[in-house]
Design a binder for this molecule. Structure first.
Ligand SMILES: NC(=O)c1ccc[n+]([C@@H]2O[C@H](COP(=O)([O-])OP(=O)(O)OC[C@H]3O[C@@H](n4cnc5c(N)ncnc54)[C@H](O)[C@@H]3O)[C@@H](O)[C@H]2O)c1
Length: 223
C-alpha cells in the first residue's frame, strides 16, 4: 500500500535529533525521500544512514523558489505553544516563536497562488533532548523529562516525538490540501487552553448556574 506522502521530497531542518528526527523517520516510512538538514553532521549522517540513502545538507535557502517553479509544495515551520501564548518560555524564545507564526501567516497567502501551502506546527512540552536538558540539565535524561514534562498534562502524559510527527505528516499530506496559514497546536490541551480551561472547571457549578440565571436578555448580569 502506498504511503501517505509517497514520492514526496522533504527537507527537514533539525532532522538529526528530537522532533525533526522523528518526523524524518515517519516521512520515510510513509514513502517520502528526506533531506536531513542539521548542524550536527555526525548525528545527521547517523539518522540518514539508519533510515536509508538520504542526503545530509546544511539548511535550505531557496525552498519557495524551487516550489514556485514546480507549482506545488508544502512549507512547515516549527513554532511552539510559546509562539501563540506568552509566558511559556524565555522572552527571546517567545518573540522568536511568535515571529514564526507571523511569518507563516504572512507568506501563506502570497505563495498560495503557486500551489504552495505554508503552515506552522506548535508543539507543547514534548520529550526530546531539548526538554530533557531544560528540565534536568542533561539532554540524555529522557526518562526524568518524561515524568517532569508530563506531571500536569491533561492527557496524563507529555507529548512524544511521534505525536508531533503525526501532526506534521497530516499537514504535509493531501489530507490537508486546503489547510494553509494555519497553526496546529499539538499540546494535549496542556498549555494553550490548559490554564483557561482549568480556571473554568475549577469554578463552583452552582455559582455558574446562578450567574446564568441572572443574565439579562441584553447580556449583562443584572444586580
Ligand atoms: N521539545 C519540545 O517540547 C518543543 C516544544 C515546542 C517547540 N519545540 C520546537 O521544536 C523544534 C525541535 O525541538 P526538539 O525538542 O526536537 O529539539 P532537539 O534539541 O531535540 O533537536 C533539535 C535538532 O535541531 C538541530 N539544530 C539546531 N540548530 C540548528 C540549525 N541552525 N540548523 C539546523 N539544525 C539545527 C540540532 O542539532 C538537533 O538535532 C525547535 O524549533 C523547538 O523550539 C519543541
Amino acid at each position: 500500500m502506498p504511503g501517505r506522502i509517497e514520492g514526496a521530497v522533504a527537507v527537514i531542518t533539525g532532522g538529526a535529533g528530537g522532533i525533526g528526527e522523528g518526523t524524518a523517520r515517519r516521512f520515510v516510512a510513509e514513502g517520502a525521500r528526506c533531506v536531513v538538514a542539521d548542524i550536527q553532521d555526525d548525528a545527521g549522517a547517523r539518522v540518514a544512514g539508519e533510515i536509508g540513502g538520504l542526503d545530509v545538507h546544511y539548511g535550505v535557502k531557496h525552498a519557495a523558489r524551487v516550489m514556485k517553479r514546480q507549482g506545488s509544495g508544502v512549507i512547515l515551520n516549527t513554532t511552539s505553544t510559546a509562539g501563540v501564548r506568552p509566558g511559556l518560555g524565555p522572552h527571546v524564545y517567545t518573540a522568536a516563536k511568535h515571529a514564526v507564526v507571523g511569518l507563516t501567516q504572512s507568506v501563506a497567502p502570497e505563495l498560495g497562488r503557486y500551489g504552495i501551502r505554508v503552515n506552522a506546527i506548535a508543539p507543547g512540552g514534548t520529550v526530546t533532548g531539548m526538554t530533557a536538558y531544560v528540565t534536568t540539565g542533561d539532554a540524555a535524561n529522557l526518562e526524568e523529562a518524561q515524568t517532569k514534562v508530563g506531571r500536569t498534562a491533561p492527557l496524563g502524559r507529555p507529548g512524544a516525538v511521534a505525536d508531533v510527527a503525526n501532526a506534521v505528516l497530516y499537514l504535509a499530506s493531501d489530507d490537508a490540501a486546503y489547510v494553509s496559514g494555519a497553526v496546529l497546536v499539538v499540546d494535549g490541551a496542556a498549555e494553550v487552553i490548559g490554564d483557561r480551561a482549568g480556571r473554568f472547571t475549577d469554578m463552583d457549578a452552582s455559582l455558574v448556574r446562578e450567574a446564568g440565571r441572572r443574565l439579562s436578555p441584553g447580556g449583562a448580569i443584572s444586580s
